[in-house]
Write a protein that binds this ligand. Structure first.
Ligand code: AMP
Length: 203
């Protein structure tokens, strides 16, 4: 099973992806985490992307597309993957479609976590207050910039997947467990709005 979790920063994608990873034995791929690991190592990619992450901007599409193309080919993705933080632009979404088609794979669901901006900012403040490891892009000003970047560059992928009939919306302001339940319903095909199966014996 191959899934995309879509939503603004602090919508809960990472938390839900971890749960899906355990439940379905599919691999969470967080592009933000991969990038932060390069920054921590201080390698060439890390040095290149650090100022971009710190500014709350998006890393260029070609860098991200190459990263994902390699990552989903690794052995731990053989049962499937949950993309958390990718795609973030329409160009990334199109490139993902192309690469999956070439690899003979397909997406099973695109789940959008819908959360209001004020709630996101409150969550960020809680994360700053509670976290021991501070992320360099976790401050209110940069975070607001990341929300603008999301609206400008990432939100356009919502109609992209909607037009393909793949998008499922979940109220990300509900409790973590409720959101998990909603996602599981979608993935098991019992979500309201999913087309009923046609045919079969006796209806
Ligand atoms: P995240 O942990 O998903 O919020 O990502 C943290 C930061 O990594 C973002 O603010 C971007 O600077 C960068 N980033 C992560 N994923 C992508 C992506 N798919 N495209 C461009 N930049 C990304």
């Amino acid at each position: 099973m191959n899934i995309i979790l879509l939503g603004p920063p602090a919508a809960g994608k990472g938390t839900q992806a971890e749960r899906l990873e355990k439940k379905y034995g599919i691999k969470q791929i967080s592009t933000g985490e991969i990038l932060r690991a390069h920054v921590a190592k201080g390698d060439a990619l890390g040095q290149k992307v650090k100022p971009i992450l710190d500014a709350g901007k998006l890393v260029p599409d070609d860098v991200m597309i190459e990263m994902i193309a390699k990552r989903i080919d690794e052995a731990d993705c053989k049962n499937g993957f949950i993309l958390d933080g990718f795609p973030r632009t329409v160009a990334q979404a199109e490139a993902l479609d192309d690469m999956l088609a070439k690899k003979g794979k397909r997406l099973d669901a695109v789940v959008q976590l819908v959360v209001d901006n004020d709630v996101l900012i409150d969550r960020l403040k809680t994360r700053i207050a509670e976290s021991t490891e501070q992320r360099s892009d976790d401050n209110v000003e940069t975070f607001k910039g990341r929300l603008v970047e999301y609206e400008k560059k990432t939100a356009p992928i919502i109609p992209y997947y909607d037009a393909k009939g793949m998008l499922k919306r979940v109220d990300g302001e509900k409790s973590i467990d409720e959101v998990t339940d909603e996602i599981n319903k979608i993935l098991s095909g019992s979500a309201p709005g999913k087309a009923p199966k046609v045919g079969g014996l006796g209806g």
